[in-house]
Design a protein around this ligand. Structure first.
Ligand code: NAD
Length: 377
């Protein structure tokens, strides 16, 4: 069996070998390169990514715990508007007071030599300003999905980070999940033949009606921004193409919980240049919805669950894909150290452009809902 280190090394590829818009044959070469076993190093894998966490909420807690198992990542800073949280997290993760910031003092992070990057896990509406503020301070940025509220914001963030000379990485943890990558490898090698169809089901029943996810100003929408985006993104990496049109329909059963601009359920369809079609469901009103299905002329793949914290289950027409479960956030953070510090790139992109492309599609989906028309991308 391959060692954990060799396995993790295979999840990313040298930067020069993987331009963002790779052709199919380039993609395949890159994949082979990425899966070439690498000699286990006797010394440390490389430098440590020293990361500050911004927005100390539920997901950040998961990431912070996962980082404890990362050989190449260390928490060296904290940013929060709540002093008690800064004190408690500071004590728990041994972050000195001098590296704890409020949103008012965060600009001072520029002078902190112990911080390489900031991981932003605030509500969606804050991402744009947070990213720009951190980039201005000269630190690399990791931002959670959705990277912004719309493509206009996303583009601003990409441009700003480019100008500031810092990297912008989006927390697309599924891009590093082993069974997902195996399905993508099989598709790239033609094992499913010509891809004709993808189905993405993404949903759960949302609880507390007062939470920010149900507040348009903070979430930017409803289920589509939060969970439907997994089907948008998944359709792209499963099919391996960019959609050229979308159609979409919204249904709402609870007008109190899901106010104007907060979508409860959206069904959407996407068309791809090869003729492949995707049919997807995004909802905050149904449980048991976490499934990707890919169908081609020679075979199929199913991921179910497809995007939860795992274990992810995968099968194809050839049988089960059996890889050991890995903690998604631990793998993600260790790999991000390689992207940011070693110049490697993931097999499926995780940069700002990737996040921006999802937002272009989400914008088109909302437009299609509003107009009832097919929207060209
Ligand atoms: P959360 O509510 O648990 O945490 C949000 C944090 O932001 C809190 O600590 C809150 O205090 C802070 N905050 C700062 N300014 C705020 C404001 N004006 N209003 C409200 N809160 C404010 O939310 P979460 O579940 O941790 O989600 C945070 C981000 O992470 C979202 O963008 C979400 O989409 C993303 N997320 C990603 C995954 C994943 O698997 N990749 C999972 C969950 C959440």
């Amino acid at each position: 069996m391959r060692s954990r280190r060799k396995f993790l090394q295979s999840l990313s590829i040298p930067m020069m070998a993987a331009p963002f818009a790779a052709t199919a044959s380039q993609e395949l070469e890159n994949f082979k390169l990425a899966n070439t076993p690498v000699e286990e190093s006797k010394t440390a894998d490389g430098p440590i990514l020293r990361v500050a966490l911004m927005g100390l909420g539920g997901y950040c807690d998961r990431v912070a715990k996962a980082i404890q198992a990362c050989p190449r990542v260390k928490i060296t800073g904290l940013i929060s508007g709540t002093p008690t949280k800064l004190a408690a997290w500071g004590a728990k993760y041994q972050v000195p007071e001098s590296s704890r910031y409020s949103y008012e003092t965060v600009d001072q992070i520029k002078a902190n030599q112990e911080i390489d990057a900031v991981y932003i896990t605030t509500p969606n509406a804050l991402h744009k300003d947070n990213v720009i503020q951190i980039a201005r301070a000269g630190k690399h940025v990791i931002v959670e999905k959705p990277m912004a509220l719309n493509a206009k914001e996303g583009k601003e963030m990409v441009d700003y980070c480019k100008k500031a000379g810092v990297q912008l990485v989006v927390g697309y943890r599924m891009h590093l999940e082993p069974k997902t990558l195996e399905v993508v490898r099989k598709r790239r090698e033609g094992e499913f033949g010509q891809i004709l169809f993808f189905q993405g089901l993404s949903g759960f029943v949302i609880g507390d009606p007062k939470q920010w996810r149900l507040n348009k100003a903070l979430a930017g929408g409803g289920s589509m921004m939060d969970i439907g985006i997994y089907s948008v993104n998944g359709a792209r990496y499963m099919i391996g193409e960019e959609p050229i049109w979308v159609t979409a329909q919204e249904t709402k059963t609870d007008f109190n919980k899901f106010k104007e601009g907060v979508d409860e359920t959206i069904q959407f369809q996407m068309g791809f240049p090869s003729g492949a079609i995707a049919s997807c469901l995004s909802t905050y009103a149904l449980n048991n919805l976490d499934r990707f299905f890919l169908d081609g002329t020679k075979g199929f793949a199913e991921l179910k669950p497809a995007t939860g914290y795992g274990p992810i289950m995968a099968r194809t027409h050839q049988g089960e894909i059996e890889f050991p479960h890995v903690n998604h956030q631990t793998v993600q953070m260790d790999e991000m150290a390689k992207f940011i510090l070693d110049g490697k790139q993931p097999i499926i992109p995780m940069n700002g452009e990737e996040g921006l492309q999802d937002l272009r599609i989400v914008d088109a989906i909302y437009k299609a809902v509003k107009t009832g028309k097919k929207v060209t991308i």
